[in-house]
Design a protein around this ligand. Structure first.
Ligand SMILES: Cc1cc2nc3c(=O)[nH]c(=O)nc-3n(C[C@H](O)[C@H](O)[C@H](O)COP(=O)(O)O)c2cc1C
Length: 183
């Protein structure tokens, strides 16, 4: 099995439903994967760049697991990216590695179409990451995402919570399949 690195970009997993559930499922199914929870590692946003670069070099398959915030990754994950990817197009350390973008979004699936509210598909929204993968020599895999999953912390409605968990479990299954395909 190749080395699987999962970077969790959620800024507060303790308040997460979807990302936390996805990470739990993946952790159980792939105990040998390295899961780096940026919110607990770097609550002060001070990224340990050598440690992150070491993890990236070790990995064959890199998963970015995050909630979609303003059509991008949360600030913590962007900080991780800006600090760790120091060599730009001159670097070779990431060449040939597989990158899987695995994320959750609050707006419904139908919003992410040309006819829908956003007027853009998820592939179009993720264009900056696709170019990042290309520039750094990584092979971007098909997106794994779940739309329409937004559970506000403190919401006590058990049906909404159960629905969010079910979407997260389905997401985890698709992510596992994507990892297996990339292996
Ligand atoms: C600051 C912020 C920005 C968000 N921006 C978007 C967005 O651009 N598009 C979208 O569909 N959902 C957006 N959402 C909804 C989140 O993507 C959604 O709540 C999250 O994926 C649920 O995952 P979690 O339970 O792990 O927190 C946003 C939520 C927050 C808090």
């Amino acid at each position: 099995m190749p080395n699987v690195l999962i970077i969790s970009g959620h800024p507060a997993l303790s308040q997460s439903v979807a990302n936390r559930a996805i990470l739990e499922e993946i952790g159980k199914a792939l105990p040998q994967a390295q899961i780096r929870r940026l919110d607990s590692l770097y609550p002060d946003f001070r990224i340990d760049v050598p440690a992150e670069q070491q993890a990236l070099v070790w990995a064959d398959i890199i998963v970015w697991q995050f909630p979609l915030y303003w059509y991008s990754a949360p600030a913590l994950m962007r900080k991780w990216l800006e600090d760790s990817f120091t060599h730009g197009s001159k670097g070779t350390a990431l060449h040939g590695k597989k990158l899987i973008l695995s994320f959750t979004a609050g707006a419904p699936e139908a919003a992410y179409t040309h006819e829908g509210f956003m007027g853009k598909t998820m592939e179009e929204v993720m264009a900056p990451f696709a170019v990042t993968a290309k520039l750094t020599g990584m092979q971007l895999q098909p997106l794994v995402y779940s739309a329409g999953i937004s559970f506000v912390p403190g919401d006590a409605d058990p049906e909404r919570l159960a629905a969010a968990r079910a979407i997260a479990q389905n997401h985890a299954r698709r992510l596992l399949a994507a990892i297996e395909k990339a292996a």
